[in-house]
Design a protein around this ligand. Structure first.
Ligand SMILES: [Fe+2]
Length: 523
């Protein structure tokens, strides 16, 4: 009766079904609820495809921007269906899952028992309401001969700084999957303007509220982002592999350290809230369920014998940025012997994956640039210290290992920079010796930094000063990778504007890497 009282007092549900569904532990869930407002306003998503399934996600939130999300504080059953066609004529798998108030009524279903390398369609039903239909593909079986894959790379979608036209366009591509490198949300307060490389610009739209610290604030920020229908279309079009970067929690955080010198035990409370909200809103497996201020985010995925995806976490185990993270500088801390980017456990795990891999291409799907770009004008070098260049010992350890063990066909996929870059990896970019060890493609932002331009003045100079850098562009967009056993191709797709809806998408450049040769060449 308690739940009925709450419901009628809030007036959020117009009526109730007669039954309750057994919930375990003596709790009852409402069955057959009638929603006064559409409960699936945050859309749907699929993630982490394997050869026999994927995760499907949704959240009940009739009033997504309110605390409590317009939901009564009771568990609620949600039905799900996975079919082999968009008409749902043949249901491959179906079931019911409980949306719990502890998780903001988010649901994650790890669908199993599907066929490899096949397209599926999914939807959710609660009461008389149904979601749109999502599409997701299962991966080819690990090791199975796979002729090609076509996938997208996205990230850095500051809501305020532009519209998500890139997501709308990516959705139309019906990609095999999308890798999201992070900065899915930004934690900053609502602002009318932002300071970018081109000076002060008007924001296209505004965050609600101040900088976010508490769980309900992170939830509301995710809700605001996820109400964007272009982003929803991108999720509905294919499954995503998601990692985070910094802004899911706070700018440039590493380990338990933020940029403001907050005591770690206090920052860890913020991390705990942010990590719970991240899990609640991402199509992640149960293995990524947060434990306090820790989340097992790094993981491996295979796409047949074509791709080994090492999804890395370059934030949670990293040592502090050297030289106070001053832009385009260097100091003794850059070569600190005990510096870590991945941390010992993740690094050992990655090296083992690389040693054992029999895939044609080994992918490091991660966040911050591995190329040691010299960003400072003049003879003295200066680095972005929030990238691998600020951590020369672990960076050299990784590249030396690839070189010494002759681990070829390694592709690094990166975000963070809000620019496109393509280049080659050497132990020391200032003195490149012999053939490159691996290749790196940096994907620009969906919206962060606003409209941008083809190339910034500093981008032109940096490209001229760093011979291993083959391409730089400072517009918004996304990347599509077309991969066969013989050849990797990266296509940089850019928009003329994101400050208004309806920007025009063009292919700015294509670069290729041939099997057995890490050079990055125009395609
Ligand atoms: Fe970003």
């Amino acid at each position: 009766m308690r739940s009925l009282d709450i419901l009628s007092r809030r007036g959020l549900l117009l009526g109730l079904g007669t039954g309750t569904a057994a919930m375990g532990a003596g709790r009852a869930a409402l069955a057959d609820p009638v929603f006064a407002e559409y409960p699936f306003q945050l859309g749907i998503a699929a993630g982490d495809p394997s050869s026999d399934g994927f995760v499907i996600w949704t959240r009940l939130a009739p009033r997504p921007l309110e605390i409590g999300n317009g939901m009564p504080s009771v568990p609620m059953p949600v039905k799900w269906e996975v079919a082999t066609s968009p008409g749902f004529g043949t249901i491959a798998r179906s079931g019911e899952v409980i949306a719990r108030p502890e998780l903001a009524h988010a649901v994650h279903v790890e669908v199993e028992g599907l066929e490899p390398n096949r397209e599926y369609f999914y939807r959710f039903i609660a009461g008389r309401e149904r979601t749109a239909t999502g599409r997701a593909k299962t991966a080819p079986e690990a090791g199975a001969a796979t002729a090609q894959a076509r996938f997208g790379v996205v990230g850095c979608q500051a809501y305020e700084q532009g519209f998500y036209t890139a997501h709308r366009k990516a959705a139309e591509e019906r990609l095999d999957f999308i890798y999201c490198y992070g900065d899915y949300i930004y934690e900053g307060r609502g602002n009318r303007t932002f300071n970018g490389p081109a000076g002060t610009s008007e924001n296209a739209r505004q965050h609600i509220g101040g900088e976010i610290y508490a769980l309900d604030e992170y939830r509301r920020r995710y809700a605001q982002y996820k109400m964007d229908t272009d982003l929803q279309a991108s999720h509905a079009s294919t499954a995503w592999y998601v990692t985070w970067d910094d802004h899911e929690i706070d700018n440039n955080w590493v380990s338990a350290l933020d940029q403001d010198g907050t005591p770690p035990e206090i920052f860890m409370l913020r991390q705990q809230a942010a990590m719970q909200a991240f899990y609640e809103h991402m199509p992640m497996r149960r293995s990524a369920f947060p434990r306090g201020s820790a989340t097992q985010l790094y993981r491996h995925a295979a796409w047949g014998d074509l791709l080994d995806l090492n999804l890395l976490d370059t934030r949670q185990y990293r040592t502090n940025q050297p030289c106070d993270d001053a832009w385009a500088s260097t100091c003794a801390g850059v070569s600190a012997a005990d510096a870590q980017v991945l941390g010992q456990a993740q690094e050992a795990w990655l090296y083992q994956n690389l040693d054992r891999s029999r895939a044609h291409w080994k992918v490091l799907a991660q966040q911050v640039m591995v190329m040691d770009l010299d960003r400072k004008e003049g003879p003295e070098p200066g680095y972005n210290l929030d990238t691998w260049a600020g951590y020369s010992i672990p960076r050299a350890r990784l590249l030396r290992r690839l070189k010494d063990r002759r681990i070829g066909n390694t592709i690094v996929l990166t975000g963070d920079e809000h620019q496109n870059y393509a280049g080659e990896l050497h132990l020391d970019g200032r003195n490149p010796e012999g053939a490159p060890i691996a290749s790196e493609f940096v994907t620009t932002s969906i919206s962060s930094s606003g409209d941008g331009q083809d190339q910034r003045a500093d981008g032109r100079r940096i490209q001229a000063d760093n011979s291993f850098l083959k391409f730089n562009n400072a517009q918004r967009g996304y990347v599509v990778c077309d991969v066969t056993p013989e050849r990797w191709q990266t296509e940089f797709k850019v928009l003329d504007k994101v400050s208004e809806r309806g920007g025009t998408l063009t292919t700015r450049a294509k670069f290729a890497v041939a099997s057995g040769d890490a050079r990055v060449v125009a395609a």
